[in-house]
Design a protein around this ligand. Structure first.
Ligand code: PRP
Ligand code: URA
Length: 210
């Protein structure tokens, strides 16, 4: 695997907040707050390679050259759990357009099923950040990116909080052009496709549907 394509955050603040998220006794409120804060920290790294352009501006004192983001961004959370990262990324990129992809994993087969897809019409011109806290088998991420590519998008990154090595492998094989940004890489999957040690079901913990 091209390790340059997998960006694993190695940051004490992420590790600290992630440990709060992992704890089964953490409340929904704390879990949401940490998902937001970790989203900000990973989002900062995931936007590091955004293309910029120079432009002329005047400060109150003199003329100078400023820098601005060149390419517009689309954020695409995978429903439901990806929603827990959207506000953080919108704080960083307030003009981003938001697309939504609804997928759920069949609990028996672990296969992803699509139930909703609405993307910005100009998605092919945008840098697309696909958001989902959990990259487990990788099935949901691969499906979501398949849909987004069918709509013409060419410049896509995947941003998650916890990844399993199996999910990284699967996503990288299916979409080698997609960079993966993750807070950490856990040990692997259990027999039900849950990440270990993980944090449980991210959607249930964010929305209180345990
Ligand atoms: C979770 C998670 C990912 C998916 C990851 O969603 O948010 O989308 O599982 O698993 P995978 O890599 O094996 O596909 P889930 O299907 O539980 O739906 P939910 O967000 O609606 O709870
Ligand atoms: N989806 C989750 O929400 N958690 C896991 O551990 C695996 C898939």
């Amino acid at each position: 695997m091209d390790t340059k394509k997998v960006h694993i955050m190695d940051h004490p603040l992420i590790e600290h907040k992630l440990s709060i998220m992992r704890d089964k006794d953490t409340t929904i409120k704390e879990f949401r707050e940490c998902a937001h804060e970790v989203g900000l920290l990973i989002g900062y790294e995931a936007t590091k390679n955004l293309e910029t352009e120079r432009f002329e501006l005047e400060t109150p004192l003199t003329k100078t050259t400023g820098t601005r983001i060149k390419k517009s961004v689309a954020l695409v959370p995978i429903l439901r759990a990806g929603l827990g990262m959207v506000d953080a990324l919108m704080d960083l990129i307030p003009k981003a357009r938001i697309g939504h992809i609804g997928l759920y994993r069949d609990e028996e087969t672990l296969e992803p099923h699509e139930y909703y897809c609405k993307l910005p019409p100009d998605i092919e011109e945008r840098k697309v950040l696909v958001l989902d806290p959990m990259l487990a088998t990788g099935g949901s991420a691969v499906s979501a990116i398949d849909f987004i590519k069918k709509r013409g998008a060419k410049d896509i990154n995947f941003v998650c909080i916890i990844a399993a090595p199996e999910g990284i492998e699967t996503l990288h094989k299916a979409h080698p052009d997609v960079d993966i940004y993750c807070g950490c890489v856990d040990q692997g999957l259990n027999e039900n496709g849950y990440i270990l040690p993980g944090l449980g079901d991210a959607g249930d913990r964010l929305f209180g549907t345990l």
